[in-house]
Design a protein around this ligand. Structure first.
Ligand SMILES: NC(=O)c1ccc[n+]([C@@H]2O[C@H](COP(=O)([O-])OP(=O)(O)OC[C@H]3O[C@@H](n4cnc5c(N)ncnc54)[C@H](O)[C@@H]3O)[C@@H](O)[C@H]2O)c1
Length: 347
C-alpha cells in the first residue's frame, strides 16, 4: 500500500514535539513538506525530521505537493483559512485547537468539509488520555449514578516558555491568537467535559480577565491570562472550569467529577491518574498513564487516529461539528464575561 502524503502547516513547538514525531513513527505516512511563515524556520525543522520540501506559504505548498492529508498547526488566526484551502485542495485536515477564532469561521470549516467530502478532525488530544477514556466508560455505565457536579482545571505558567515564537510570542496578541488562556487551555477542558459527560453545556457564566502577563515593553497583554467559568449541562449538572497562564510551579491539568455514589479524580495525583472515592468510604486507585506537560510530551495518539480514519474511510469522532460545539461554549464564556450575564447556548 502506498503511503499517505502528509504536509504540515506551521513549524512551531507542537509540530516539533508532537505532529512530526508521531507522523514519522506512523508507517503509513510520508511527510512530504512543511511550511512556516518564515522559510528559515521551515528549513531547520525539515532538517531535524528529514522532510524533503519546505515552503513559506501554504497555498503554494498545497498546489505543488497535492497532499492527501494536512496538519494545520499555525497561529490561531490562520486555522480557518489554512483548513479551508487544504480541504478545497483535496486534502483531509487535522486542525489544532482552538478550531478557529470566530463562530462564522468554524461554520465555514464544517461546511467546506461537507462540500469537499474530506475529513476534518480537531486535535483535542485530551480525549486520548487513558484515564479520561476509562472515566467516560465508568460515567456512562451508570455505576456511580448521575453526575451532579465537577471541577476541571488547566493551568500553567504561560506559553512564552513553550512557543517557538520568541521573545514576543503571537500567543499574547489578540490579532493572531484571538483568545488567551481560555482559548489555549480552557478549550481543552470544555471539549474534555463534553466527552466525559456525553452531553452538551446549555448555560455559561464566566470571568475572563487579564491579571498579570505583560509584553516585553511592560503593558498588560491584550488577551486573557485567567478564566473561571460556571457551566450547566442539559441534564442539570453544574461545575467550574478554570484556565490560567499564571499558575507558578507545576501544571494543574486535573478534573474531579462528583456523582451520586462517588467521585472520580483524574490526573490530580502524581502516581494515580484516576482515583475513585465511593460514597461508602472505599477507594480504588488506577495507574493508567501520565498527563503530557509542556516539559514532558508523551505520544498523544492524535496522528494515528487521523491517519486511521483516512485509511479506513471512517469519519473522525472529533469532527469539525464536534469542534464547533466546543467552540460555542468558549464563545459563550467570553460573552458572559463581557456582558456580566449568564449566557444560554443553543444547538
Ligand atoms: N493540542 C495541544 O495540546 C496544543 C499544544 C500547543 C499548541 N497547540 C496549537 O498549535 C498551534 C501552534 O502552536 P505552537 O505551540 O506550535 O506555536 P509556536 O509559537 O511554537 O509556533 C508557531 C508557528 O506558526 C508558524 N507560522 C506562523 N505564521 C505562519 C504562516 N503564515 N504560515 C505557516 N505557518 C506559520 C511558524 O512556523 C511558527 O513557528 C496553535 O494553534 C496552538 O493553539 C496545540
Amino acid at each position: 500500500m502506498s503511503k499517505l502524503k502528509l504536509a504540515i502547516i506551521g513549524c512551531g513547538s507542537i509540530t516539533k514535539h508532537r505532529h512530526l514525531p508521531e507522523a514519522k513513527a506512523n508507517e503509513n505516512v510520508e511527510v512530504v513538506a512543511v511550511c512556516s511563515g518564515n522559510l528559515k524556520n521551515a528549513e531547520s525543522v525539515a532538517k531535524m525530521f528529514d522532510v524533503p520540501k519546505v515552503y513559506a506559504d501554504y497555498e503554494t505548498m498545497l498546489k505543488e505537493e497535492k497532499p492527501d492529508a494536512v496538519v494545520v498547526a499555525a497561529p490561531n488566526y490562520l486555522h480557518a483559512d489554512a483548513t479551508i484551502k487544504a480541504l478545497e485542495a483535496g486534502a483531509h485536515v487535522l486542525c489544532e485547537k482552538p478550531m478557529a477564532t470566530t463562530f462564522e469561521d468554524c461554520n465555514r470549516m464544517v461546511d467546506t468539509a461537507k462540500e469537499t467530502g474530506k475529513f476534518l478532525m480537531i486535535a483535542h488530544n485530551q480525549r486520548f488520555n487513558a484515564a479520561h477514556i476509562k472515566a467516560r466508560q465508568i460515567i456512562q455505565s451508570g455505576e456511580l449514578g448521575r453526575v451532579l457536579s465537577f471541577k476541571t482545571t488547566f493551568g500553567h505558567g504561560g506559553p512564552e516558555g513553550w512557543s517557538s515564537d520568541r521573545p514576543d510570542t503571537w500567543f499574547f496578541h489578540k490579532e493572531k491568537a484571538a483568545f488567551g488562556s481560555m482559548g489555549d487551555l480552557g478549550v481543552h477542558k470544555i471539549d474534555l467535559m463534553r466527552f466525559l459527560l456525553g452531553e452538551e453545556f446549555v448555560e455559561a457564566a464566566a470571568f475572563v480577565t487579564t491579571l498579570a502577563k505583560r509584553y516585553p515593553g511592560g503593558g498588560l497583554i491584550d488577551v486573557d491570562d485567567n478564566a473561571v467559568c460556571i457551566l450547566k449541562t442539559h441534564s442539570g449538572a453544574i461545575g467550574t472550569l478554570t484556565a490560567s497562564w499564571t499558575y507558578p510551579g507545576s501544571e494543574d491539568n486535573s478534573t474531579v467529577i462528583y456523582c451520586e455514589r462517588g467521585s472520580i479524580t483524574l490526573y490530580g495525583d502524581p502516581r494515580f491518574s484516576m482515583i475513585i472515592r465511593y460514597a461508602n468510604g472505599q477507594k480504588a486507585y488506577f495507574e493508567l498513564d501520565t498527563m503530557q506537560t509542556n516539559q514532558n510530551q508523551t505520544k498523544s495518539g492524535v496522528m494515528d487516529e487521523f491517519i486511521n480514519c483516512i485509511l479506513t474511510n471512517t469519519p473522525p469522532e472529533i469532527s469539525g461539528e464536534e469542534g464547533l460545539k466546543t467552540m460555542k461554549v468558549v464563545f459563550a464564556c467570553f460573552e458572559s464575561a463581557q456582558t456580566g450575564r449568564v449566557v444560554r447556548i443553543d444547538y
